[in-house]
Write a protein that binds this ligand. Structure first.
Ligand code: TPP
Ligand code: SF4
Length: 251
């Protein structure tokens, strides 16, 4: 019988330690599937963040670098410039990328560095217990905004993809979600496209993926998927914000 589904080669055979229902596991899996499909497992270097994505140190069967909080784009810049033959990507949460690491991601994008960032936006600091992030929705409760985010005190959520797409250099900037099987497939296609652009030296590619945090949102996994559809997407609409001209010509 033909085997249709198996664990990607780019993942280790360890059990997941992500919380039950957390979509970090799915995003990790689809990224590993893309690396397998491109047969790039031996050539890929992943720069990991601080946050729940750090757990990837246990899961990825790739060359890995654990980076200081928010600094993965700076590390990826050095690696890709010195090893242009490798596929290089960062995997970062919204606290890591959109708060302490804002300078690193904006300037790497502005320089048009030829690596890919996978930005997992679950609108909260997951690993540290659910504090407000720059991406927390207006009115969304967190441990540091127990009555909901108040723009008068904390400002409005930051739409990082739109900010990056406003820069001249980035090649491909898109936002996906992983709340339905169809959206998971689209996110996987977006990751593949970003990697393919990098492989032909097309410049900086940025994939934002709307995700969840059942533990700190205080919801069941299924409730979080509805929340993404009904609330998160209002603030963070899905779409392609920037793509290479030749891709647009093909459409
Ligand atoms: C320099 C530094 N500051 C703060 C921390 C504490 N810290 C660890 S993870 C984290 C937030 C992670 O949130 P996010 O990036 O959204 O990832 P998630 O866990 O939600 O996937 C923080 C603030 C740290 N480890 N290092
Ligand atoms: S704390 Fe949140 S983001 Fe982290 S593994 Fe658990 S559910 Fe996922």
């Amino acid at each position: 019988m033909k085997k249709l589904y198996s664990r990607p080669e780019s993942l280790n055979k360890s059990a997941s330690g992500f919380c039950p229902g957390c979509m970090h596991g799915t995003i990790t899996k689809i990224t590993a599937q893309v690396i397998d499909e491109l047969e790039l497992g031996e050539k890929t270097i992943c720069c990991l963040p601080v946050g729940c994505g750090t757990l990837g140190l246990l899961y990825w069967n790739l060359d890995l670098v654990g980076c200081a909080h928010g600094r993965a784009p700076a590390v990826a810049t050095g690696i890709k410039r010195s090893r242009p033959q490798n596929l290089v990507f960062t995997y970062q949460g919204d606290g890591d990328l959109g708060a302490i690491g804002t300078a690193e991601i904006i300037h790497a994008a502005n320089r048009g560095e030829n690596f890919t960032t996978i930005f997992v936006n679950n609108s909260i600091y997951g690993m540290t217990g659910g504090q407000m992030a720059p991406t927390t929705l207006v009115g969304q409760k967190s441990t540091t905004s127990p009555t909901g985010r108040d723009p008068a005190l904390a400002g409005y959520p930051m739409n990082i993809s739109e900010i990056i797409a406003s820069l001249r250099a980035p090649a491909y900037v898109a936002r996906f979600a992983v709340n339905t099987p169809a959206n998971i497939n689209k996110a996987k296609a977006g990751i593949k496209k970003a990697f393919e652009i990098q492989l032909r030296n097309g410049g900086f590619t940025f994939i934002e993926i709307l995700s969840n945090c059942p533990t700190n949102w205080g919801m069941t996994p299924l409730e979080t998927l509805d929340f993404i559809e009904e609330q998160t997407m209002k603030q963070f609409p899905l779409g392609i914000f920037k793509e290479p001209e030749e891709e647009i010509d093909k459409c």
